[in-house]
Every structure is written in C-alpha cells, then in structure tokens.
Design a protein around this ligand. Structure first.
Ligand SMILES: [Zn+2]
Length: 341
C-alpha cells in the first residue's frame, strides 16, 4: 500500500478507501482517447482489477490523443487492449490487467461485465453505448458516460438506483446518431478528451470508495468557448429501459455483421457464429498463397497482412477489419475468401 501514500493521506480516500479500490474490478470499454486516459489513471490509483476492452488496433493518427500508445504500437498495428495492458503492466505490476480484444455486442456484453463493480464508457459509437446502458441496468452496475467532440466534452454518472435517470431517459438512439458528427468530421482536441476522462476517473474513484460527493447531473464543458455547466436530466417516468425494463438493444440478436468504422477507410466484418481462429495456422497457409509473404504478421490476438489490394486484420474472435474495400459487399467477399466463414 506504500506506493499509494500520496492518495492515502488525502482525507477523502484514506486507507479504508484505498483498500476498497484494491478490491474493485472496473471494465473500461473502448481504449481510445478517453479510455487510455481513464485506464492510466485507475491503474496508477491502484484499482485491483482492470478489464480493458477494445476491438481495434493502434494507428499513427491515434497518437495525437490516445496517450497510452507510441509509434512502435502503430507500426505493428498492435491491438489497443494488448498494447494498453503491456504499457500499464510496467506502471503497476501489482494489479490484474485483463486485455479483451473483441467487439462488444448483445451476445457477449453480460459475460464481459461479470463480477464488474463499475463500467467506464470510452466508446465512439451510440449503438454500443445504448447497449451498455441496458446491460448495466439489467445487471445493476453503475457506469459513467463520457463523450468528446471538437473542444466539447461531457460526462455523467449513471447509477442503477430507482430514482436516478439512465442514458435513455434523456437521450434517444435517434437523437444520438442523428447528430451525424464524428471525430473524423468535427475533429477532437486531446485536452478535451484528457480532461473529461480524468473527471470520469475521479468519479470512478469516488463511487468505488463510497464517497458521498459523487457528482449528480451531466457535466458539459467547452474548452474553446470557456463554458462549464452541469445540467440535471430528469428521470423519464415512461423510460423503456429503467422503468419498463424493455431492453431493445440487449434483446437484438446479432445486428449488422458488416459495418463501416467511424471516420476510417475501413470496414469491419463480424463472424456469423462465435469462433476462435487458429491464427498461426492461417498465417502459414497465407505464406504459401500470397505473392509477398513478408507482409504477414501474427500477434497473439491478431493476424495482419496485405494482399496487394487490401490490408486485412483478422482477430482471434473471427472479426476482420478490411482497409480500402470498395463497399460492404466487397468487404464481405474478401472476408469469405480469407476467413472462409
Ligand atoms: Zn431511463
């Protein structure tokens, strides 16, 4: 406990609070600009178990704001969850760091949140966020919403008690996606993501330590126009999720198997069934078939190669991310060619 002495002397936390952090399990969902800041803060603060979930790999364009990664990770296209755990294990070897390279969907989300005390939102898409809202409500887990775009950022603690609003009480899936803006079109400043993720991590520590000072309301900040405010969203007495327990996203089976990734020239294809691919064997097979076998790289969770037309990342869970595919149909055809599912 000595390594946390600067936290323990802080009266709000103390030794009792620090011990609660050591016993806690937190899932960080999405390890981009938000998740890499909050995971870093919670690792150093001594959260006992961090489950770090992300579907993607590191690219050079991420380094402007995703503080856990470096040029070497981008060069190797390392999965973010793996790179994050590797870097953080050198920061704090006394906690459990669990990397999960996977897409969060209705079929696996409840398993991912098993024995988790708190979930942090580091997502870049609304569909998964509404799914997370439903899963956390059903499982009775608090979660902390967090989002940033341009120089604006917002965060709110969403607690699973009867009186508190859930995300769906004040945001509808239509309004979320209809905004139609992304980091690719509106840009994003690392100061906005870094600030809001630090605030999210502070609220996480308060919730886990049982502090009474937990913020109520939606914090909205605009760093460019110097505006900071807290809005109090009301609980919707007719909310489909937290009142009627109608879990629309959680009850959806499958969803779309082929999707364009936010702001990128890449299309993700999901497997039709849960699988574990033998990546080493696939790499050997590819080495026989490709013109330039030097372009094949195998990591523990991912196989990555360039067939001269597309760059293709195939993950152990059967997903693939295909760069430069013409459209969704083309991506599906490339997927079938190499994965055979
Ligand atoms: Zn609600």
């Amino acid at each position: 406990m000595n390594r946390y002495v600067r936290q323990i002397v802080f009266p709000g936390l103390g030794l009792v609070g620090q011990k609660k952090l050591a016993e806690a399990t937190v899932a960080v969902v999405g390890l981009g600009a938000l998740g890499s800041v909050s995971a870093n803060a919670l690792c150093r603060a001594g959260i006992g178990h961090l489950r770090l979930i992300d579907r993607d790999y590191v690219e050079k364009i991420n380094l402007q704001r995703q503080i856990l990664y470096n040029e070497d990770d981008a060069e190797k296209r390392c999965p973010k969850a793996v790179a994050a755990c590797r870097h953080l294990s050198r920061v704090n070897s006394e906690i459990v760091l669990e990397p999960i390279v996977s897409e969060l969907g209705s079929a696996n989300i409840e398993q991912m949140f098993e024995k988790v005390d708190l979930v942090l939102d580091g997502l870049d898409n609304w569909e998964t966020r509404f799914l997370m809202n439903e899963a956390c409500h059903r499982l009775g887990i608090p979660w902390i919403y967090c989002a940033a775009l341009g120089a604006e950022a917002m965060s709110m603690n969403l607690l699973p008690d009867e009186k508190s609003p859930c995300l769906r009480c004040f945001l509808s899936p239509e309004s979320g996606s209809a905004a139609g803006q992304s980091c690719a079109t509106a840009g994003v400043l690392n100061m906005a993501t870094g600030m809001i993720a630090a605030i999210q991590a502070a609220e996480a520590v308060k919730i886990l330590a049982g502090a009474s000072e937990i913020r109520k309301g939606l914090l909205v900040a605009d760093l460019w126009n110097n505006q900071f405010k807290i809005i109090q969203p009301e609980k919707d007495t007719d909310c489909p999720v937290c009142v009627h327990r109608n879990y629309e996203f959680l009850n959806r089976s499958g969803g779309s198997r082929v999707m364009r990734l936010c702001g990128r020239n890449s299309i993700q294809v999901l497997p039709p069934l849960p699988v574990q691919l033998p990546l080493e064997d696939m790499a050997k097979q590819l080495a026989k078939n490709l013109n330039d076998p030097q372009k094949i790289e195998v990591h523990p969770f991912m196989l990555n190669f360039d067939d001269g037309r597309n760059r293709i990342q195939i993950f152990q869970d059967g997903r693939a991310i295909i760069e430069n595919a013409q459209d969704e149909t083309d991506a599906q055809a490339i997927y079938s060619e190499y994965v055979g599912l």
